[in-house]
Write a new protein. Sequence first.
Length: 171
Amino acid sequence: MFSKSKINEPGPKAADAAKPAAPETSAPKPTADFKSQSAPKPKPPASVLSADLHITGNIKTTGDIQVEGNVEGDIRAHLLTIGETATIRGEVIADDVVINGRIVGRVRGLKVRLSSTARVEGDIIHKTIAIESGAHFEGSVQRQDDPLSGKPGSKPAPGAAAAAPADDSKA
């Protein structure tokens, strides 16, 4: 009923065999290349550290991490989600930090969110912060325009000192 047409097949055609080959530069590029270049690559899923996992050491990635287990060390990521069963003992640095579990140490993030189940013992340095009712927090909060830099000389945003006075009596 249907037959395969040889018009669109690659390779020389009988009619073209007698003609000299044209340079490749004059041929238009296939549209498939255009589609693959313009289509964004799908974002890989977050790496999940399960609840039965205990890590001693630092973790660094440009991707996303969801921690459900225990980490004794510093974590640096793009999006860091601390699960309800997780405990982190170390510094956390990420563009986005979502805390549902426990952190003992400093938190640095452009966007930091403490959910109602969060337990944080340490300082939070942020650009924006959200703290849900029920969250437990012991430490100081400081707003900086660039909280990820980690430079102690970074100037806090105007009015940040008035919002969260530093308490040097804690060690």
